[in-house]
Design a protein. Structure first.
Length: 260
């Protein structure tokens, strides 16, 4: 399955890069004025699904654009064909393809491809995490004040602006820096590779983080919700991923906000 995930991610990623600046239609998803979708998103997803169905026609698929199919299977492919659509539409080269395979509630395969950097992140359960074939691991940063952390702002920020802003403001003075790239999958890949030390975000979707969860865990990191449990973490909207060492330190800052 990993080989097919890799083939699909590479094919879709090359398609995305080849079509930068060629978007003809930009739509806004229902009820979310800033949540964009283009024909490129849909065509990329179609490429990925075609590849999966050629090899695993009975597996279930959950795609950001097409939703869940009707297959009943212990295996579910969770796909974001273009993570970072807003960046993509503006020509900002921070976007990727991300594909995870869930088996009975647990991610067992993950692939994230950044076509701009030509970086392919891969993981299989119990076999480690890799960047372009080289094994990677999370950072060894021990204190939050020395940590570079990253976050994302949800599309429904207007519905709950205080929590998002409070978290951001609370982390600014106690870390070495806070970044916001606009791609949750790349954020998680950078945690796995040690570029970032910690990441938090609210209201993530399964396709945003399925592959990234496995990458971080296989690289030696920790992924939980804001209550510090990993039960049903794929589908829990609130996500904290760290090198493990600063996990409790980040939780302490998150808990400063009363309503999470």
């Amino acid at each position: 399955m990993l080989n097919i995930a890799i083939e699909a991610a590479l094919e879709a990623g090359k398609f995305l890069k080849a079509n930068v600046g060629k978007i003809k239609h930009i739509e806004r998803k229902t009820g979310q004025e800033t949540n964009l979708v283009t024909e490129i998103d849909r065509q990329s997803e179609a490429l990925i699904i075609k590849k999966i169905k050629e090899h695993f026609p009975g597996h279930a698929i959950l795609g950001e654009e097409s939703g869940a199919d009707s297959n009943a299977s212990d295996y579910k492919w969770i796909i974001d064909p273009l993570d970072g659509t807003t960046n993509y539409t503006h020509g900002l080269p921070i976007f990727c393809v991300t594909i995870g395979v869930e088996y009975r509630g647990e991610i067992i395969v993950g692939a994230i491809y950044d076509p701009n950097a030509d970086e392919l992140y891969t993981a299989e359960k119990g076999k480690g995490a890799f960047l372009n074939g080289k094994k990677i691991s999370v950072s060894t940063t021990e204190t939050l004040i020395n940590a570079l952390v990253v976050t994302g702002f949800p599309y429904n920020v207007k519905d709950n602006p205080d929590n998002v802003i409070e978290h951001f403001v609370n982390f600014l003075p106690v870390t070495q820096g806070v970044r916001r790239l606009g791609s949750a999958a790349i954020d998680l890949a950078y945690i796995a590779s040690g570029r970032f030390d910690g990441y938090w975000e609210m209201t993530l979707q399964p396709w945003d983080k399925a592959a990234g969860i496995l990458l971080v865990k296989e690289a030696g990191g920790v992924v939980t919700n804001f209550c510090n449990t990993d039960t049903d973490i794929i589908y829990n909207p609130n996500t904290l991923a760290t090198n493990g060492i600063i996990h409790e330190q980040m939780l302490k800052v998150i808990r400063m906000v009363k309503k999470i």
